[in-house]
Each structure stands twice: as C-alpha cells, then as structure tokens.
Write a new protein. Structure first.
Lengths: 218, 151
C-alpha cells in the first residue's frame, strides 16, 4: 500500500514536469492561470500546468486523465455540459462557470474558457482550457489595476495626439480666421460680421478643446 | 497698446505663419526662429522686448532656452504649450516666463497678454528714463561743483 502511494506520488510529480514542458500551458502558468489541453472527442487531458495540478491535488484526484471527467464535469450543470461538449467537438470557443471547493472548504468561482489551441500544427486538434478566477480578490484587484493602466495609456495617447496635431493646427487656424475677419472688415462690413461669427465659433471650439485637454491633465 | 518687437520661437509652420501675419497686422514687428539654437543666436541682436516661445522645440525646450539666455533675457516672456498642469506652469514661472498659455488658445488671449507686456515695458522704460535723468542731473551737479572749485 505504502509502495503504491510512493509510486503514485512519483508518477504524479513526473506528470507535473511533463506538463510544464507544454509551452502553452507553461505560458498560462506564467500569467497565473491554471490551464490544460484536452483532446476533443475523447475529452482526454493531453497536457496541463502546475496550477492545474494544484487544483487536481486539492480535489484529491491524482490521475490527470481522469481529472477532467471526475473533477470538472460533475461541477457543470447538465445544460452547461451539453453546451460545452458540443462547442468543444466543433472547436468553438466556449465559457463555463464552475465552483471549486478548496481543501479548507472555501469555494472559488472560476470561469473555464475553452478555445481551440493554435500554438503549433500538432496542437490544432486540441482545446485549450484556462481557468480564470472570477471572484478572487487578487484577480479583481489585478484586473482593476490593468484596466486603470490601460485607460491611462489611452488617455495619454489622446492627450499627446491632441497636442502634437490637433491643437497646433487649431491654433494656426484660429489666428488665420481672426486675421481674415479683421481684413474683410475694411472691405465689407456684412461679410466681416459673418467672418467674425466664424472666428468666434472657432474660438469657442478652441476653448472647449483646451478645457477638455486640461481636464485630462488634472 | 503701441507696437512691440516680438521674437517668436515655434517650429509648427502653420502656427508661425498665421500668428506672425496676425501680429504684423496689429502693427507689431515679428522675428521668427524655428528652434532653440537659432533663437539663442538671433535673439541678442534682435532688440526684441517680448519673447513668445513654444515649450516643445526640436532641439530642446522653452525652459532650457530661457536658462541659456541668462542676462540677455527679454523684458516680457510668454510660454506656449499643449500641456498646462500645475507643474508645467511652475516650471515656466521658475524658468522666467511671465505667462504660460495652453495651446490651443484664442488670439484674444494672446492680445490680452501682449497688452500686459506693453504695460510692463512702458513702466520699465519710464523707470529707466527717470533713473537716467537722475544720473544726468547728478553728473551735471558734480561738474558744476568741479567748475566752481577750480574757479
């Protein structure tokens, strides 16, 4: 019995190192997401990463080939299962929400996102499944930080673009328009009034844009 | 406001063209430089009282330009920039600019600042003429004293 446990542990460790050699699964592990590849049709787990193995360990199932069948499928509702199996069979992307129970009894909600793996030719027939924790506080924080960073990058791009191109051109146009309005005044009062209105409209736009870019800065 | 001698440092062609035309239309004399090196070379011999400079220049920035001008600085300096944070305004003030305009600004805003520049230049001119007349009267008194002693 003891010998059998040791063998089991040994084969599990070797499976973990085997799993880490799978590039796409390793990549998922690097960004902190449990992931595995499954062969469509047979639903056999072809490769997985260490984070996936930790989930396997916490569920008490050590055979990664049985893990998906015994550890994941029972967590799905009947309709989810039908939807997922059908989507995977036709290599369509599909999401499913699953509640995993940890060893301490706490529940963690994951979104299992499944897409066709296009890492290389040999993987084309496999489906990549990634677990994204949707209720974990760390994920929420990371997501919010990433989102805020993305927003700031976009603001910065707009701000620089406004300065580099739009505001420079508008400044030239504003002075040109004002000059035109004042020159026309000497020739034709009515036309000058129209030109002045145009200059005033442009000035308002200039001030609006100025306020907008100022708000972006503050 | 009387005519001013304005030194404009800006590398955006359309901005330079229309700003120059408009300022000349108002009666001011405008001398243009497209970068910091040209501005540093041409400004001292231009006799301009007012400097209008973009902060973003191809070979440096408007703050560096003011620092390198040292004792040959203009009487009144106006910074122009697309950026208008508190830090930008503070840097412009520290560099020696009297005003910092955020692009794009309406022409009337520049005219208002130029009126202010004109008032500052007039006041400094009056002070200078007052002090020079004071020096002249002092020299006159000293020379009269010298003459009376010698006689």
């Amino acid at each position: 019995m003891k010998e059998s446990e040791e063998t089991d542990t040994h084969s599990f460790e070797s499976m973990r190192s085997e799993a880490s050699s799978d590039k796409i699964c390793s990549l998922m592990q690097e960004i902190g997401l449990p992931g595995f590849r499954v062969v469509p049709g047979t639903l056999e787990v072809a490769a997985f990463n260490g984070l996936f193995a930790d989930l396997v360990a916490s569920s008490g199932v050590r055979d990664h080939r049985r893990w998906f069948i015994e550890g994941v499928l029972p967590l799905m509702t009947r309709s989810q299962k039908a939807n997922w199996t059908s989507a995977v069979a036709s290599s369509e992307p599909v999401d499913a929400r699953l509640d995993f129970t940890r060893l301490d009894g706490s529940k963690t909600e994951f979104q299992m996102r499944s897409v066709r793996s296009t890492w290389n030719d040999a993987d084309k027939r496999s489906i990549l499944c990634v677990f994204v924790p949707c209720s974990a506080a760390s994920f929420e924080t990371e997501y919010n930080l990433g989102f805020a960073e993305g927003q700031e990058m976009e603001r910065s791009r707009i701000r620089n673009e406004l300065h580099r191109s739009v505001s420079q051109k508008l400044l030239g146009v504003a002075f040109g328009c004002k000059l035109l309005a004042e020159k026309i005044e000497r020739v034709n009062k009515d036309l000058s009034k129209e030109a002045s209105n145009l200059a005033r409209l442009l000035n308002t736009s200039v001030v609006d844009l100025q306020n907008l870019t100022r708000l972006e800065h503050d | 406001m009387g005519p001013l001698r304005v030194f404009l440092v800006e590398n955006h062609e359309d901005t330079v063209k229309y700003m120059r035309l408009y300022l000349e239309h108002l009666g001011h004399e405008v001398i243009v430089a497209g970068d910091m090196a040209t501005a540093l070379a041409d400004f001292p011999r231009s006799n301009c009282e007012v400097l209008i400079s973009d902060i973003g220049l191809p070979d440096g920035d408007g703050w560096q330009l003011m620092e390198r001008m040292k004792s040959r600085r203009p009487t009144f300096a106006i910074a122009m920039s697309g950026y208008g944070t508190g830090e930008d305004l503070h840097r412009s003030r520290s560099a020696g600019y009297n005003r910092h305009l955020v692009k794009p600004f309406p022409p009337d805003e520049l005219i208002a600042v130029l009126r202010e520049a004109s008032a500052v230049i007039d006041t400094q001119g009056e002070n200078r003429s007052a002090s020079s007349s004071c020096v002249e009267s002092l020299i006159g008194a000293q020379s009269r004293e010298g003459k009376s002693k010698s006689s």
